[in-house]
Write a protein of this length. Structure first.
Length: 139
């Protein structure tokens, strides 16, 4: 029952911010002359799986409690990536706030500005845990 409630919280957050997320991500990329990214349901599902794992198991890290990585989580959702990256954050109360934090962090900014990615999935979980998965499918 907790897992269903958590999924509902995640989906609500994603739906409410989908257009804003696309605008913010692609605005940052456009400033650097990079092409826009498209939302990818499989990457969103991978991000959701990791966010739920972190919430349910009380941790904050890129590797899952089952040893999963961003690449294995994307593959589990049927995303055949040739390039994959992940940004996570905790505590930011809004999408603009988390995007600002990522842009001001060299490693996170580098992920957002990868020239060979085409897709993204973004979720926000209970406790203001954010997961952004960036990738390119089927190279």
């Amino acid at each position: 029952m907790l897992r269903i409630a958590l999924i509902g919280l995640l989906l609500t957050a994603v739906s409410a911010n989908a257009q804003q997320a696309r605008q913010l991500l692609n605005g940052i990329r456009a400033e650097q002359g990079l092409p826009p990214l498209s939302p990818a349901p499989r990457l969103e599902e991978a991000a959701m799986a990791h966010a739920l794992d972190m919430v349910e198991n009380g941790f904050f890290a890129h590797d899952g409690t089952d040893g999963s990585t961003v690449g294995s989580r994307a593959q589990d959702q049927g995303y055949g990536w040739c390039r994959i990256a992940e940004n996570i954050a905790q505590g930011q109360k809004s999408l603009p706030e988390v995007m600002r934090a990522w842009v001001n962090s060299p490693g996170h900014r580098r992920n957002i500005l990868l020239s060979d990615i085409t897709d993204y999935g973004l979720v926000r979980a209970q406790g203001d845990i954010w997961v952004l998965v960036l990738g390119r499918d089927g190279c």
